[in-house]
Design a protein around this ligand. Structure first.
Ligand SMILES: Cc1cc2nc3c(=O)[nH]c(=O)nc-3n(C[C@H](O)[C@H](O)[C@H](O)COP(=O)(O)OP(=O)(O)OC[C@H]3O[C@@H](n4cnc5c(N)ncnc54)[C@H](O)[C@@H]3O)c2cc1C
Ligand code: FES
Ligand code: FES
Length: 1296
């Protein structure tokens, strides 16, 4: 598509895991959404592909899908937006009036890292055809009666549903393809590429002929297994046979005994067919179909299901794939060309291998109808409920002697319990003849516990959890069957009522919710956009794919590509680095290392240096590496594929060094810390411990987090060939720093280096530091070759090299009174900084500065130590240490409440700051009034008290499901504690036609800084927003800008834009006074003629914040943003799954500049926090290599994770005299609110543990993953599994 200059379709991962590349594929009815990254071009012969460019544009007419996502504020950075649009568009092509469930299903395969999904769904809900309201009322009903302050994207904004029309063009194409299909699509096709030959056989006999001739060639249909393996595992297939157009492999036939699916039927086709069957067949006949359907509903995302085939799923022989277990349990058979074989454990030979003969072809799969005394179920549990590979899956079938509860046969298969399908033969055989009752359950668990036991070192880790899950699945099956037997009037087994809820799977729902904010005052001019919920100014370009990101820029003539070579050892000397073979790869141009850097091979940051390329410490010593993923060299080639291939051929030999360690605990043992070590103290902590009723000690660990911005890091460096000038088109949050580092690297003054930043596809703090190093390396390549050089990190490399949020460990001692009042707390924070300091010390400072949150703990002491380990360096991430600092104190509050036996909210309230003139623990004065208002409103709006009672009632009446509810307040410092960064600059030019160009030092990464800047300029200049443009951020226009970070971007830039505009207005004033009736354009022309300068710079000198760390005092922040959040969750105690039920947030953003954008930041931040605290888990191998290197291993929140009720209220009547138009910074604070889910989960777990007689405290580290939830819910099943003592074996993955 890039060859066709169609850059709307985005590339976020290349593995089918993000949906950014979604396109519509049409061959015959229905159209289907597909992941372009997994579609080989040659597989598209005879198909029509519609990309986002094909459905509408700002130049012609927007398609309603594009218009509605934009107007509903569903696009922030915009990188996921074309994919979202195409998923929805495809749905509408097939179903012009979809249901909410259709929309939910259509979006399961699309990830968004910015919005939190709610506004996207709101925009698309309008297609459901009920009304033009945003449907945000209770239960998805109309909300427009909700009063003026309800954020409704309804009537005037969103176009009418009738505006959606099928275009004539697509209908013609549609008929054309149907005709082609009838004709059979022609003869055999053969495509020859440089490395791969692709055959597409005409029919079955042709396929068999090809298969016989090329037995080692894979049969590729959906390419969802072969494709990623070729891309990421280095599989090479010189010849591929693609039988996608062989009609015999697509047939579906129903017979008396069941249904037969051709092996090339897609999973969507299978799902649809079974859905129909379940609706029309007797339930007794369709139990197998029902079980399969339940599995298919959450198997992958819609796009994958549209492409992936049932044959491919089975023959991939991956035990994590879900179908084989249930198909095997249900006695399905496979029709091969040569014979029919049962699908069972004997069919599989090992991971990725079957016993199929090499030249064999799977024709079809037969699935039998179930019999009256046969009960079948399928189970799966994944890290995320949808769009995630299962950790363990299972298929179970029991057959009873007719009319009895005596087991005639039992069939249980597990996936994810080893390299291949596991049939628990002994268990199944041992239970035959038994009655289906408690005795059988006991025996089954005893036998199963032996059969599913995994060695602690097993591949995939989580071994105890996987074993327990296997038992839990059986228990669920046992209960289901008891239920069904009782319905049939058989069976004596008792099933208590409080067990029944465990049988209902969690329902995935679309988020509903209210967003309320205060309208602007009635006296504000209708032309003044400040304070109004204006749409993101680039939303339409983002929705049409016209918005350009760095990698969308067309190739500069002669452009090269650079690919990084990284260390595979954590601590080692490099003995040799041989790149000769790499340079022999066609297209390879040169190899780069530290020696090629013309200036300094260093990135300098506040006196901390970090090497660009690993280099000699001094001339006599060999190269050393200090983490896996450290850049040691780079290969430059003519294309990205060639550069990648060449980089893979660089041979490096290492000599390992010791010590090598990765975890915080190990760093503490080695006393390996960076300087400075920080301390903050208020009061006399030691003395206070002597006066308290009780003392409690504990610790809390919080794992790290990957930024997972949808656009990976990269840039294009273009040498201008004169005076050392170089232009960089770069995705950076800090253009001035990138410019400076590139200058130092090349030995060139900053005035020769220009950084251009159009927009970022998400940043979240991750595009400040490392991007400067990558830019310097690309610039070095451009310098060396004299040609433009493009660098685009693969998702896996991005995750490996750039790292993310710091893991933290907080160890604490707290002294409190029996009423929960905390008098003293002593906390030591340890963060894992990785191998270099980066921003770690400032991040630790922010954690310490937030350790009091909203609580006046009179004696409070915090130590902060950044651990130096052999991991890639951790860096800034939205919140910048704030969430970690806050979470530890909230953990303390939670523990104190539990220890005192008091409701947590009472303990929070009793400790909260309340005096009008309060002082933080670093003696910064502030008024907590609005924080307390947020807290009170949050408890009220969330109906906290009665829901807390309802939670208690629920827990008393449900054994295997438990609920928890938690509310927290928030006080979050805004601005940089390094005071000199609190500055902003802008340049405003007015052109003779009256149009205005604003430039500023901030970078647009979805947060809407440009929109707010234009709103401000519009207010002051009095011209409509449409006359004001922001082209890019450019170091040539606005120099020395601070990073867009610390929630301070708009504060700084907004003030600077205001300043520049006010200067211009002052200059224009005489002209305006002289000609009061003239228009803006006339004034401008007149001003020009009068030689009045129409260009002005604006500057904002923010406060000089600073902290005296010796004295533990200082105004660290400009001001505080306040808020409160309440969340309720439900956990499945048997599987560890959880469902977020409802979240209410009250946020004080002062007088919002743009409530729509601010609500977007609140929701998006909260959802990032949801990921941080509940599902996002990074895994490292014991030798320090990141294992989670893509969306298939690392799960960020998807649509299924969003609380169905997510309500956001912006606090009314709030003022902030400190910032632009009384607004407040909002980017970072809401991330912390994700912790409400964590503590609510902890409460739910506590309720589950009480059922087992465990009433004491227990540790739970963040994120509260399915594994941790299940393991903490101690019960009879957890006790059946053998635990191996940590430290006595080498685990598959470690916590760092
Ligand atoms: C992002 C993502 C998420 C996923 N999530 C899940 C999930 O949650 N659960 C799950 O179960 N699966 C999941 N999958 C896996 C997916 O279901 C399988 O990759 C898919 O079913 C394979 O089908 P395919 O047509 O794409 O196979 P291909 O990749 O085209 O082929 C796979 C293999 O099957 C062989 N093969 C295919 N057809 C035949 C035939 N007729 N005769 C002989 N050999 C044949 C090929 O030779 C090849 O070795 C996911 C995949 C992706 C990319
Ligand atoms: S780029 Fe295709 S799914 Fe991510
Ligand atoms: S708007 Fe969805 S990823 Fe940024």
């Amino acid at each position: 598509m890039s060859a066709a200059r169609l850059t709307g379709t985005k590339y976020g991962c290349g593995s089918g895991g993000c949906g950014a590349c979604t396109v519509m594929l049409s061959r015959y009815d229905p159209h289907c959404s597909a992941n372009a990254c997994l579609l080989p071009v040659v597989s598209l012969h005879g198909a029509a592909v519609v990309t986002v460019e094909g459905i509408g544009s700002t130049k012609t007419k927007l398609h309603p899908v594009q218009e509605r996502i934009a107007k509903a504020h569903g696009s922030q950075c915009g990188f996921c937006t074309p994919g979202m649009v195409m998923s929805m568009y495809t749905l509408l092509r097939n179903q012009p009036q979809p249901s909410l469930e259709d929309i939910r299903e259509a979006l399961t395969g699309n990830l968004c890292r910015c919005t939190g999904y709610r506004p996207i769904v709101d925009g698309f809900k309008t297609f459901c055809g009920v009304s033009e309201c945003c449907q945000n009322g209770e239960s998805g009903k109309n909300c427009c009666g909700g009063g003026p302050s309800t954020l409704c994207n309804g009537s005037s904004d969103v176009s009418q549903t009738s505006a959606f029309r099928k275009t004539v063009q697509t209908l013609v194409l549609h008929l054309h393809f149907q005709l082609m299909l009838q004709k059979g699509g022609g003869g055999r096709l053969c495509f020859q590429g440089n490395r791969v030959k692709w055959f597409s056989p005409a029919d079955l006999s042709d396929l068999l002929e090809l298969r016989a001739a090329h037995p080692n060639a894979p049969l590729v249909v959906g390419n969802t297994n072969v494709g990623p393996n070729m891309m990421f595992k280095g599989d090479v297939h010189p010849l591929i046979i693609s039988p996608g157009s062989v009609m015999e492999l697509h047939t579906v036939s129903w017979g008396k005994k069941g249904v037969t699916f051709g092996s090339a039927c897609s999973l969507s086709e299978v799902k649809e067919e079974l859905q129909g069957a379940v609706g029309r067949l007797d339930p007794e006949e369709s139990r197998v179909f029902q079980a399969l359907l339940n599995t298919l509903r959450c198997l992958a995302g819609k796009q994958i299901r549209n492409m992936a085939t049932v044959g491919g799923n089975i023959l991939s022989a991956d035990p994590k794939y879900d179908l084989s277990c249930i198909l095997a349990a249900a006695d399905c058979t496979l029709q091969l060309v040569s014979k029919e074989v049962p699908l069972n454990e004997k069919f599989f030979a090992g991971f990725g291998r079957t016993h199929l003969r090499a030249d064999e072809v799977l024709l079809s799969l037969h699935i039998p109808r179930s019999q009256p005394w046969e009960f079948v179920s399928a189970f799966r549990q994944a890290q995320r409920r949808e769009f995630a590979f299962s950790i363990v899956n299972a298929g179970m079938k029991v057959v009873f002697k007719e009319g009895t509860d005596t087991v005639q046969s039992l069939s249980i298969f597990y996936g994810g319990m080893g390299p291949t399908l596991l049939r628990v033969k002994r268990t199944c055989e041992g239970l035959v003849g038994m009655s289906w009752n408690e005795g059988l359950l006991e025996e089954a668990c005893r036998l199963l516990a032996e059969e599913v036991a995994l060695p602690p070192t097993a591949h995939g880790g989580k071994t105890e959890f996987r074993s327990i899950l296997s038992l839990s699945f059986f228990f669920k099956f046992y209960m289901q069957v008891v239920q069904e037997l009782r319905e049939k009037g058989v069976g004596v087994a008792d099933l208590p009522l409080e067990y029944l809820s465990a049988l209902k799977p969690f329902k995935n729902e679309v988020p509903q919710g209210h967003q309320t904010f205060q309208m602007v005052s009635e006296i504000q001019s209708s032309k003044d956009p400040v304070g109004r919920p204006r749409v993101h100014i680039a939303a339409f370009q983002q929705a049409t794919g016209e918005a350009k990101y760095y990698d969308d820029l067309p190739a500069v003539s002669g452009e090269l590509f650079v690919f990084m070579v990284t260390s595979t050892r954590a601590h080692a000397k490099i003995i040799s680095m041989d790149f000769s073979e790499a340079l022999r790869v066609p297209g390879a141009v040169t190899f780069l290392s530290a020696r090629d850097v013309p200036g300094q091979n260093r990135r300098l940051w506040f006196n901390n240096t970090e090497e660009l390329f690993a280099e000699e410490e001094c001339t006599f010593r060999p190269l050393q590496v200090c983490c896996v993923g450290q850049i040691i060299g780079a290969v430059v080639a003519e294309s990205r594929e060639q550069a990648k291939r060449a980089a893979e051929r660089v041979r490096v030999t290492y000599d390992d060094l010791s010590p090598v360690f990765f975890t915080i605990e190990e760093a503490i043992q080695h006393q390996s810390f960076f300087n400075p070590k920080r301390k903050l103290e208020r009061g006399n902590v030691d003395e206070a411990f002597g006066k308290v009723d009780r003392i409690l000690e504990g610790e809390m660990y919080m794992g790290g987090q990957e930024h997972f911005y949808m656009e990976t890091q990269g840039l294009i460096a273009v040498p201008r060939g004169e005076d050392g000038e170089m232009d960089l088109y770069v995705a950076t949050q800090h253009a001035a720093f990138t410019q400076e580092v590139v200058g130092h690297t090349l030995g060139v003054d900053s005035n020769k280096i220009t950084c251009h930043v159009k927009r970022l596809g998400g940043g979240f703090g991750g595009k400040v530091m490392k991007i400067a190093s990558l830019s310097a390396i690309a610039a070095t390549a451009a310098y060396k070759t004299g040609r433009a050089v493009r660098c685009v990190l693969d998702r896996g490399d991005d995750m490996l090299i750039t790292s993310g949020r710091h893991p933290f460990l907080g160890k604490y001692k707290v002294g409190f009174m029996n009423d929960g009042t905390i008098l003293a707390a002593d906390i030591t924070y340890y963060s894992n900084g990785g191998s270099t300091l980066d921003e770690s010390s400032f991040i630790m400072e922010k954690a310490l500065l937030h350790m009091d949150n909203g609580y006046k703990i009179p004696n409070l002491r915090g130590h902060g130590l950044v651990c130096k380990t052999h991991l890639p360096s951790y860096t800034a991430f939205r919140g910048f240490g704030g969430p970690q600092g806050l979470t530890i104190i909230e953990s303390i509050l939670h523990e104190v409440a539990a220890e005192c036996g008091l409701p947590a909210e009472e303990v929070r309230a009793v400790n909260m700051y309340s005096e009008e003139e309060s002082y933080t623990h670093h003696r910064q004065p502030f008024c907590p009034r609005d924080m307390v208002r947020c807290w009170d409103e949050c408890l009220e709006k969330s109906d906290y008290s009665s829901r807390r009672l309802a939670v208690q009632h629920f827990n008393a009446t449900n054994r295997w499901r438990k609920r928890g509810i938690c509310a927290v307040p928030l006080k979050f410092g805004i601005g940089f504690s390094k005071g000199f960064y609190n500055q902003g600059a802008a340049l405003v030019n007015i052109y003779k036609d009256g149009s205005v160009l604003v430039s500023h030092g901030g970078t647009e990464m979805g947060q809407g800084i440009n929109t707010k800047a234009v709103q401000i300029a519009s207010r002051i200049l009095g011209v409509p927003m449409s006359s004001i443009h922001i082209k890019e951020t450019c170091t040539g226009n606005v120099p020395n800008a601070a990073p867009s970070a610390a929630s301070f971007g708009t504060d700084a830039v907004g003030m600077a834009v205001k300043d520049a505009c006010e200067k211009l207005m002052k200059r224009l004033e005489p002209v305006m006074k002289a000609y009061p009736k003239w228009t803006w354009s006339q004034w401008i022309v007149e001003a020009y003629c009068q030689k009045i300068s129409l260009s002005a710079t604006g500057f904002f000198m923010g406060p000089h914040t600073s902290v005296d760390w010796e004295k533990s005092e200082g105004a660290a922040y400009y001001y505080f943003t306040f808020g409160a959040c309440c969340s309720e969750v439900e956990i499945d105690c048997l599987t560890g799954d959880h469902k977020n039920i409802r979240t209410d947030i009250v946020m004080d953003v002062g007088k919002s500049l743009n409530p729509a954008l601010d609500v977007g930041q609140v929701e998006g931040g909260f959802v990032q926090g949801l990921g941080l605290y509940t599902i996002e888990e990074l895994q490292f191998s014991p030798d320090g290599a990141l294992r989670t290197r893509g969306p298939n291993q690392y799960k960020i929140p998807a649509l299924c994770d969003i609380p169905p009720q997510l309500n956001v209220h912006l606090l009314a009547d709030s003022q902030n005299p400190n910032a632009i138009y009384s607004s407040k910074g909002i980017g970072e604070p809401p991330v912390f609110f994700g912790c409400t889910l964590f503590f609510a989960i902890k409460e739910a777990i506590a309720a589950a543990r009480r059922e087992s007689g465990l009433n004491g405290r227990f540790a739970l580290s963040s994120p509260a993953t399915v594994e941790k939830i299940r393991m903490a819910c101690v019960d009879r099943f957890t006790e059946m599994v053998c635990f191996t003592k940590p430290g006595s074996f080498t685990p598959w993955a470690i916590n760092v």
